[in-house]
Write a protein of this length. Structure first.
Length: 401
């Protein structure tokens, strides 16, 4: 196969490959960028593999950085943008089921490609657009199949994270997983316990945000990988039901909010649950807000919507469209846009104003008063005007003194 219309990212990197080849070595574009170009998808990072050893790459170019020299990776800076060039290599060991104990640099492209995870990622393209496919990756792309290179048992024993990558690709590409590859994942699912949770977290979120997330989720259940994910091991039935839906999510907070609602985690339980996933505090807060609104979405008041804010409302609508697809939640967005203020800072009076007017003295009452005003304005009981707010404050203090 030959690609004649290369994306701009490849064209910009061509001088690197041409320079390496002019020095007498082989050099190819490899991996996901080649796969996605064939699939006519946007590409991101451009990876280059070469028969030149790291020291030889550094001799060819004037400006380089040793970004991963122990694994044969050198970043070339000669053409403005940094491009990582990695020497063909073989790997062995893998005592931690993630990283090789031994890396050996080789001159053979075949030896390099056969250590890769899946056939669709074991493709190489030269500077003329000619594709080298030694393991049937082009056929698997055509048939929309994810298949391990060689023996899948060996590939997953080498790097157990590859199992999560398989189900993630099934979501992102809407591919099926080849039978033997799927059976090997099921047989080795417990090896996921050997992998750092941060890496699993990253793959899982990519899966749930994929174009065919329901497919990825179904594969996660079918392969038993879900049993080794925090807080999901006892949820096979509800997750299976969820995988029957059309799952379309836009961000990580929506992912966790959907799962929380599905498996019955309320906003008070979210933090403890997501800390097991080592999720950021920002995401935890967004999920708490979203789940709180979702649990009362059918009867949400203006105050509920105000407290959720734009992020909470948009996240809640995205999740509710999946869990309750026959309902229309546009009214939530309309009520949000009709709010007189979006936060307490929008009040035209401040605590300082109220103290200067001798309405209240510093202390807990000041905070209570401002909350009262905030609620009254949001609920449309008082206009957000200075005179009206000061008069309402005086009445409040008379009643509460």
């Amino acid at each position: 196969m030959k690609l004649t219309n290369l994306p701009e990212q490849f064209k910009l990197a061509l001088p690197i490959i041409e320079t390496i080849r002019a020095a007498g070595y082989e050099a190819y574009f490899v991996g996901g960028s080649v796969r996605d170009t064939i699939l006519e998808k946007p590409i991101h990072d451009v990876d280059i593999a070469s028969s030149a050893y790291p020291a030889e790459v550094k001799e060819i170019f004037n400006r380089t950085v040793d970004t991963g020299i122990e694994h044969g990776t050198v970043m070339v800076l000669d053409h403005g943008t940094g491009y990582e060039v990695t020497t063909f290599r073989t790997e062995s060991g893998y005592q931690d089921y993630r990283r090789p104990d031994k890396v050996v640099f080789v001159r053979s492209l075949k030896d390099d490609l056969k250590r890769r995870d899946f056939t669709i990622n074991a493709l190489a393209m030269d500077d003329h657009g000619d594709i080298t496919d030694l393991f049937g990756g082009l056929t698997d792309l055509t048939n929309k199949v994810i298949k391990a290179v060689g023996d899948p048992n060996e590939r997953f024993h080498e790097d157990a994270l590859r199992m999560m990558r398989a189900v993630r690709f099934s979501s992102q590409l809407n591919f099926s997983i080849e039978t033997n590859t799927k059976l090997a994942i099921k047989d080795h699912a417990q090896l996921l316990e050997k992998i750092a949770l941060e890496r699993i977290h990253e793959e899982f979120i990519k899966l749930m945000l994929g174009q065919a997330a329901a497919n990825g989720l179904a594969q996660l259940i079918e392969t038993n990988l879900f049993q080794y994910l925090p807080g999901l091991s006892d949820s096979a039935t509800v997750l299976s039901q969820l995988s029957q839906n059309d799952i379309a999510l836009n961000n990580e907070a929506q992912v966790w909010s959907l799962l929380a609602i599905t498996i019955g985690i309320n906003d008070q339980q979210v933090a403890k649950w997501l800390r097991r996933w080592k999720t950021s505090n920002k995401i935890i807060n967004d999920v708490e807000v979203t789940v709180k609104l979702l649990n009362k979405i059918q009867s949400a008041t203006v105050w509920d919507i105000y407290q959720a804010g734009t992020i909470g409302v948009e996240n809640a609508i995205a999740v509710a469209n999946i869990t309750q697809p026959k309902r229309d939640f546009e009214q939530l967005r309309q009520k949000l846009h009709q709010l007189p203020i979006t936060n307490k800072k929008d009040l035209v009076v401040t605590g300082k104003d109220l103290m200067e007017q001798k309405v209240v003295t510093p202390g807990p009452q000041l905070g209570n008063l401002l909350t009262f005003l905030e609620q009254q304005v949001v609920n449309g009981q008082i206009p957000n005007q200075q005179e009206a707010l000061i008069n309402a404050s005086k009445e409040y203090m008379e009643i509460n003194n």
